[in-house]
Design a protein around this ligand. Structure first.
Ligand code: SF4
Length: 247
């Protein structure tokens, strides 16, 4: 079933939330001119943010992580964004030698063997490239929403990260219905895997479809304890080498 048919719904206050998001983006761009980047996971929320940046010509650069383990449908979104909006998406990949060494030592399925190995894989494939992406930036933009999980329930619109950069989450107060209502209204490109009951999409080995009634992020690292799932990208004081990452 199509995600739009399933989720898109106009709810009270939607226009106000869109206006506020745009205001957050414009203020962020002006306060951090040339030193701000949208770190897009290419998920539905981030596609909404990219659309707002493009539609309103907000001067914020766009970049993403290509971990080497993404679904083809996810990777294909990069040229789709560039064709649709005429914006460049800078792609950051892990260091080849690190990946080869890790896989040779621990195997292709290491992430299922222990939380430490899963986090080490995320460290190599996500956190190290993210550190390169954000080097030289004083701010970044994410698609975090309070509704996504208990650990994100108090996400503010902006907060300092562990490196002193400002992390903006302009969709913090949006619902999943808002996200899809916006996508429908503006015909925003999105990952077709969302149509296959994958609301939260990460690397292929670590993402599965969810069943009716399961929590939003139940399809991410589903074999781990719930508390272990919030990982590196959005955790303060996380040593890059030790902790995993996720959008
Ligand atoms: S999400 Fe899975 S495959 Fe991707 S970097 Fe983390 S452990 Fe590795």
């Amino acid at each position: 079933m199509r995600a739009i048919a399933l989720y898109a719904r106009a709810t009270e206050g939607f226009d106000g939330r869109v206006a506020h998001t745009l205001e957050v983006l414009r203020t962020a761009a002006s306060e951090h001119a040339t030193r701000i980047v949208q770190a897009t996971s290419l998920g539905a929320e981030d596609m909404v943010i990219t659309d707002l940046i493009a539609r309103h010509r907000v001067p914020i650069a766009i970049a993403t992580l290509e971990t080497g383990k993404l679904h083809d449908e996810t990777v294909a979104l990069v040229p789709r964004i560039e064709a649709r909006y005429g914006l460049a998406v800078e792609v950051f990949k892990p260091v080849t030698e690190s990946v080869v060494h890790f896989v040779r030592t621990n195997g292709e399925r290491a992430m299922y063997e222990s939380i430490d190995l899963r986090k080490a894989c995320c460290g190599i494939r996500k956190l190290e490239p993210l550190a390169r992406m954000l080097a030289g930036s004083s701010a970044w933009v994410t698609g975090l929403r309070r509704e996504q999980s208990d650990t994100r329930a108090v996400v503010p619109f902006s907060e300092p990260d562990d490196k002193g950069r400002i992390k903006f989450s302009p969709l913090a107060d949006w619902s999943w219905a808002d996200v899809w209502h916006y996508i429908q209204l503006h015909d925003v490109p999105f990952n077709p895997l969302h149509d296959q009951f994958m609301p939260s999409i990460g690397c292929a080995p670590c993402t599965r479809a969810i069943a009716v009634g399961e929590p939003f992020r139940a399809g991410r690292w589903w074999w781990e304890d719930e508390k272990a799932k919030e990982c590196g990208l959005h955790v303060k004081d996380a040593p890059v080498s030790m902790i995993g990452a996720s959008a």
